[in-house]
Design a protein around this ligand. Structure first.
Ligand SMILES: [Zn+2]
Length: 273
């Protein structure tokens, strides 16, 4: 059902992040296409996680019904500090929420467009950082549920951002920051009852992206406005494809778009297929 939709690229941390796009039964190693021509062709339809097909999503990648009823679109998904499953209080579907929220979560600091604080579930840390285009990251705390991670995030938001400035992230690598020192400073502001969850391990993960050229004046392209997007792939960072003419395409924000993907060699070498 979903094999012909765009999904966020799979990432693997190597010397340079390796990106794989899985669509229409093929796994494309996107790093191999840098310097080549790629094409994304949207059918004009999108599909919600409930399998409803439409011409466009109602909001945030959901159909109307899911946006208002699914636990995947509840308020606490966007604001973890509103999570209540640890108290046995239901938001939309207590069983689902218990399963999702009552699991180890991590609070981290990442340097993508400047420093931000974020949270992630289970072992998703590195994947999250690659998806956000972070160049450096460090784990700050490990907590037993999502709510506690939200509480720590809130306490640190006064000092650092909690969102990535994607335009800045796509305009180059950020200045390196001493994350170990920053972690020590910020840890002092974690609420006392949550201090016990601060991690002693200060490993900093450094991440490099396959970018040959950053855009100068970023133009974000979207399939709703341009159903066929094609051009030379100049790099990949976060979940963005960097194309010629300063264009950037956010793969993640097009999840659920029923599309075809193809690639070609450029010029003399001839057409691959
Ligand atoms: Zn739906």
């Amino acid at each position: 059902m979903f094999r012909n939709t765009l999904k966020k690229m799979d990432t693997e941390l190597q010397d340079v992040v390796q990106y794989t796009l899985d669509i229409n039964g093929a796994k494309h190693n996107m790093n191999n296409y840098i310097g080549k021509q790629i094409k994304i062709d949207w059918s004009g339809e999108v599909i919600c996680s409930c399998e409803k097909k439409m011409n466009k999503f109602y909001r945030s990648g959901f159909c109307y019904k899911c946006y208002w009823e699914s636990p995947l679109a509840s308020q606490s998904i966007f604001k973890p500090e509103l999570c209540t499953a640890h108290l046995g209080i239901e938001e939309r579907d207590l069983e689902w929420e218990k399963n999702f929220q009552l699991a180890p979560h991590y609070v981290y600091l990442a340097n993508s467009s400047g420093i931000k604080v974020g949270i992630t579930r289970g072992t998703q840390g590195v994947i999250r950082w690659m998806d956000q285009g972070a160049s450096q990251a460090i784990l700050l705390a490990e907590v037993p549920n999502r709510r506690f991670s939200g509480d720590i995030e809130i306490s640190l938001k006064r000092f650092v951002a909690d969102v990535t400035n994607w335009r800045k992230m796509l305009s180059g690598a950020p200045e390196p920051v001493d994350l170990v020192q920053l972690k020590e400073e910020l840890s002092l502001h974690v609420p006392e009852k949550l201090q016990q969850y601060i991690l002693p391990n200060n490993t900093v993960t450094e991440i490099q992206y396959p970018v040959t050229q950053y855009p100068k004046k970023i133009k974000s392209v979207k399939l709703e406005r341009t159903p066929i997007i094609e051009g030379k792939l100049l790099g990949i960072k976060g979940q963005y494809l960097l194309l010629d003419d300063d264009r950037v395409f956010n793969v993640r924000s097009h999840e659920g778009f029923i599309s075809a993907f193809s690639h070609q060699e450029i010029a003399q070498q001839g057409v691959l297929f």
